[in-house]
Design a protein around this ligand. Structure first.
Ligand code: MG
Length: 288
């Protein structure tokens, strides 16, 4: 099942997505709850009753978690081919430790960087002239846990979505820590909705990114260096994961920095990110 957060007649709503028929079945959830928690309002409970059907074309989709309750956890250099291209780019402050990390590299993006489908990724040329895209599988945690064992980890997952881990490469290189380069305003597009845990095959799901229709990234979740259970075990090692936490699992090769010369994002670009079984996340690029 797919669950979306959307704007309908000026109010924030939650609903079940029926893509084939272009319908969103709106749940009976108060608007202020939808606004605050997004899809995570439904974690651990029966689905509320449906109050009406809305046409998908008539609503504005929002990020499934419009404002995460804390930073989005992110994993860096988690596909072999991308680990190589990034280590060789000259912007990788962790390159001295080798191309392929021995343990997951974990950083975060601030909640305020999240935007929904269709909203512009904004480039401020006074701040960065090296803005890059990264398609990633997003994991939404449904059950809390600390020191979670990898063999138990998937029981703590509630749903999956698509995240674009937009990055200012120049800032990522200047600052040894990646937070500033990763957390610029509008740099965390998320959506178009979530699918529940059991509907995605982590061992074989296609992940793609197109810029202006050109396929730049084309990979598969089966090629992750550290798989989702390993990531959850690593992050929860002394940190209690909580329902509503979000993890971006890393991006494959084909980011702008991997090309010679680099293909950074510019105003007017159109991004389309696809993950099989989830859907398509599209965002334009605009200037501030
Ligand atoms: Mg990333």
């Amino acid at each position: 099942m797919k669950i979306a957060v959307f704007n309908w007649n000026g109010s924030c709503c939650l609903g079940l997505v029926d893509e084939a028929n272009g319908v969103l079945s709106r749940f009976d959830v108060p608007h202020h709850v939808c606004e605050k928690a997004g899809v995570t309002a439904l974690i651990g409970q029966e689905f509320p009753k449906v109050v009406e059907d809305c046409n998908l074309v008539d609503v504005q989709l929002l990020a499934p978690v419009p404002r995460p309750h804390r930073n989005v956890f992110c994993v860096g250099k988690n596909y072999h081919d991308h680990a190589k291209e990034f280590s060789r780019s000259g912007f990788d402050s962790s390159a001295a430790k080798g191309e392929v990390p021995e343990a997951p590299i974990v950083f975060s993006k601030v909640p305020q960087s999240v935007i929904g489908p269709g909203k512009p990724i904004r480039i401020d040329e006074k701040v960065s002239t090296a803005v890059d895209y990264e398609v990633e599988l997003g994991v939404i945690i449904g059950r809390s846990g600390r020191n979670i064992r990898s063999e138990d980890a998937l029981e703590h997952v509630w749903a999956y979505t698509i995240i674009n881990d937009v990055t200012a490469r120049d800032l990522q290189g200047i600052h040894s820590q990646w937070l500033i380069g990763k957390s610029q305003d509008t740099f965390c597009p998320m959506g178009p909705w979530v699918i529940l845990r059991d509907e995605l095959d982590l061992s074989d799901t296609g992940v793609r990114c197109f810029v202006n229709g050109e396929c730049r990234q084309n990979s598969n979740t089966g090629l992750l260096i550290f798989d989702v259970p390993t990531i959850i075990a690593a992050i929860s090692n002394g940190i209690e994961l909580m329902p509503g936490d979000i993890i971006a699992t890393g991006t494959p090769a084909g980011v702008g920095i991997g090309f010679k010369p680099p293909k950074y994002l510019v105003t007017g670009d159109k991004l389309r990110l696809e993950i099989d079984g989830i859907g398509t996340l599209e965002n334009p690029v605009e200037a501030w």
